[in-house]
Design a protein around this ligand. Structure first.
Ligand SMILES: Cc1cc2nc3c(=O)[nH]c(=O)nc-3n(C[C@H](O)[C@H](O)[C@H](O)COP(=O)(O)OP(=O)(O)OC[C@H]3O[C@@H](n4cnc5c(N)ncnc54)[C@H](O)[C@@H]3O)c2cc1C
Length: 519
């Protein structure tokens, strides 16, 4: 049989709607297109990509969100399902090293894909931890096979799906936090941080999210860390072109006000301007909280009620400062593409952010300098950066007043950067733009301005997360960070793969012209 999924879909094919052109929504649209649906993707932003969009200012292109592309195979599989090759449409560059972690005492730890170099790096940082590190990596691989390849890529909406995997959860001590697991393997606090911080990139508190996330250490080592030339926005643009090539449509600058319900089923969407767009199959890539609280506000809800969503633990918010620097291309030669700059506290700071909801005076930063890899993001001789600081989301009591705090906090970020990473920064600054949790709330309609939707704690993961096939409304499906398996590019791409397993092929696909249907 020839794969017909790259052929344009006939105008008579059944329609489907995807609300949201985040990476998960675009991946869902590609999967549906490959199944023979005529897909309309609707997003309120002016370009596809959601958190993976970019803005340009003063010759700088700022990649707003994701920068680290792991598991490129997820993208390759997605493209292949659409009868295309990723490498024709997107250029992924392997990072070497992956990233550098720095502490205030001047010590550094460089992560890379070379096993021997990593063993030497661990031995240099903490000579007594070599055996424990090797064991951690073995743990990570086992958790990857189960947690990502098995659990993350299959539907999890039936209780039985969960019950079947409980023995493995018990065997892997999934109840233990990733930090606690790292602490059992290695003694050096810096190494414990280096092995346990990854959940912060998908919105989880390392002291509370499950040790299953050790799997990230394996997937980085096994498949590398990549950068998409042109930023993740270039991946999103390529996804948009695949969708249009399939006969789908992207409607941008268009907000969905509600899911249309007829006869107890999803029947399309009502746009903010009042227009109704009909389709018997609706996928929401909007945040799961927004989907249920806002888009389904007219429907009776059994599980994802407003009260339940209020009780849910949301991921942290993000303060992101995007800035351009003039004439710095040769400056700061030891600052690479990805740097993690630790503040004085790890546990105390995450506690302030996730539990107390307090904006601390100290901070840990992730610093992105894509201009060392991708000249297209800055004028010649200049640099493009962002500095990201995890902060409380907006739902805590006595939430942070970001209207008042944004500028003083930015100045604290500048001080930390000048003292520890980029001396003389202020005299080179050109462009500057700040995103706070308020921006996330307004731009992406994120509940509480959370950076990564629902926190991936164990009792908010897999079956416990909002399901890919809606519990509340037949004909409605979910793809993206707030559903199974969760946030991060590999997670949201996997959510579309799961969706592809749940949605049947479009009926008309079976009646495509003989020339298209078989070879
Ligand atoms: C600063 C930052 C850095 C990150 N770094 C990384 C990284 O390095 N690597 C990694 O793998 N992940 C990273 N992530 C996480 C990753 O970016 C996200 O988990 C992922 O992109 C979320 O995709 P999504 O499909 O859930 O949709 P989103 O990106 O959340 O997009 C949802 C879209 O839906 C639209 N929408 C919502 N409601 C409506 C409505 N009513 N009508 C119309 N449109 C609507 C929004 O406008 C938005 O475009 C990062 C995230 C952030 C914020």
């Amino acid at each position: 049989m020839r794969d017909t999924s790259c052929d344009p879909i006939p105008a008579t094919a059944p329609p489907a709607i995807v609300i949201g052109a985040g990476i998960g929504g675009l991946a869902a649209a590609m999967r549906l297109g490959a199944k023979g649906y005529r897909v309309t993707v609707i997003d309120r932003l002016d370009m596809p990509g959601g958190r993976g969009t970019a803005i340009s200012e003063g010759g700088h292109r700022f990649d707003l969100g994701p920068t680290i592309v792991t598991v490129p195979q997820g993208l390759r599989d997605l493209w292949a399902a659409c009868g295309r090759r990723l490498d024709h449409d997107v250029t992924l560059v392997p990072m070497d090293p992956f990233y550098e972690i720095r502490w205030r005492d001047g010590s550094k730890f460089t992560m890379c894909g070379d096993k021997a170099a990593m063993a030497a790096e661990v031995a240099r940082l903490s000579p007594g931890d070599s055996a424990g590190y090797a064991r951690f990596l073995r743990d990570a691989e086992a958790r990857y096979q189960f947690g990502f390849e098995n659990l993350g890529r299959r539907p999890m909406h039936r209780l039985w799906d969960l019950i079947k995997v409980l023995p493995q959860f018990a065997m892997f001590r999934a109840d233990r936090s990733i930090y606690a697991h790292a602490a059992r393997r290695v003694k050096d606090e810096r190494l414990r941080m280096a092995l346990s911080f990854h959940p912060l990139f998908i919105g989880g508190d390392p002291f509370h999210v499950t040790s299953m996330y050790a799997l990230v250490s394996h997937l980085e080592a096994a498949f590398g860390v990549h950068y998409a030339m042109g930023g993740v926005a270039a991946i999103a643009a390529a996804m948009g072109r695949v969708i249009e090539g399939q006969g789908g449509v992207l409607r941008l600058n268009t907000e969905v006000d509600a899911v249309l319900i007829e006869g107890g089923r999803a029947a399309g969407v009502r746009l903010a301007g009042g227009e109704v767009v009909r389709a018997p199959l609706v996928v929401s890539n909007a945040d799961a909280g927004h989907t249920y609280d806002r888009l389904l506000r007219h429907a009776p809800r059994k599980r994802w009620t407003s009260a339940r969503l209020k009780r849910t633990r949301w991921s942290m918010g993000l303060f992101v400062w995007y800035f351009g620097t003039k004439g710095t291309a040769g400056l700061w030669p030891d600052v690479g593409h990805h740097t993690i700059l630790n503040g004085p506290r790890y546990k105390g700071l995450t506690r302030d952010i996730f539990i107390k909801g307090k904006l601390a005076d100290d901070m840990s930063l992730y610093v992105h300098r894509p201009s060392v890899t991708d000249p297209s993001c800055a004028p010649a001789g200049d640099d493009t950066f962002y500095a990201l600081s995890p902060v409380p989301h907006l739902g805590h009591d006595n939430g942070v007043d970001w209207e008042a705090e944004a500028e003083p906090y930015r100045q604290k970020v500048v001080k930390v950067l000048e003292e520890q990473l980029l001396p003389g920064l202020s005299s080179h600054l050109t462009s500057s733009r700040v995103f706070t949790p308020l921006t996330f709330q307004h731009r992406y309609l994120s509940p509480y301005g959370a950076g990564f939707s629902i926190e991936p704690r164990i009792l908010q993961s897999a079956w416990f997360r909002p399901h890919n096939v809606s519990e509340e409304l037949p004909g409605l499906y979910l793809a993206g960070a707030g559903t199974h398996p969760g946030a991060g590019l590999p997670g949201v791409i996997a959510s579309a793969e799961v969706l592809g397993k749940l949605v049947p092929d479009a009926p008309l696909r079976a009646t495509l012209p003989m020339s298209l249907a078989a070879e």
